[in-house]
Design a protein around this ligand. Sequence first.
Ligand code: ATP
Length: 199
Amino acid sequence: MFLKKIELIGFKSFPDKMTIDFVPGVTAIVGPNGSGKSNIIDAIRWVLGEQSVRSLRGQKMEDVIFSGSDTRKKVNMAEVSLVLDNTSGQFPISYSEVKVTRKVTRSGDSTFYLNNERCRLKDITDLFVDSGVGKAAFSIISQGRVDEVLNSSPVERRLIFDEAAGVLKYRKRKEEATNKLNKTSEHLERVLDILNELN
Ligand code: ATP
């Protein structure tokens, strides 16, 4: 899967429309302290459905909207789009490009779009669940997370690798299936008890 483009407008330190085009290979974003490098990563997390304002380094969701500077007035809306290549068909939709957009206004209205069609947050999370790119996945590793990985116990580290490799979702599904199976066995035992009483 290839991230082709990010478009930001009104998000954090980017009041004007900004487009970042990515080319195949490694891309490094460099700049002085406070120039907005991490804000770009926050934008990716946000568009993928991040609901925790703390993870986005803010106090309230409105903090993702450009709040003004010495030379610019604040704006009232933030919008971020990610454009991903889907020629390999990794995403189960019949478009060669996937565009995911999130908008928020100061009045708190938050909307998501998939290829410019309005959708629910669940549609976005469902789309990314098997891709390894979701907001909780290890495709984005922040500075603090590196320490977390290095200081974790072998068992915790195993979980991290499981999640990165996409194994965790199968483990969770297996747990759910086992629970269902156990409940069904209990019900079956009860039915057999009743049958025995009737006989
Ligand atoms: P460092 O190299 O120190 O980690 P960085 O390049 O990653 O810095 P960021 O943390 O992305 O920088 O950007 C911080 C800047 O973004 C600060 O100057 C902050 O004032 C600005 N900023 C964050 N939120 C908003 C907002 N809502 N409105 C305007 N500016 C904002």
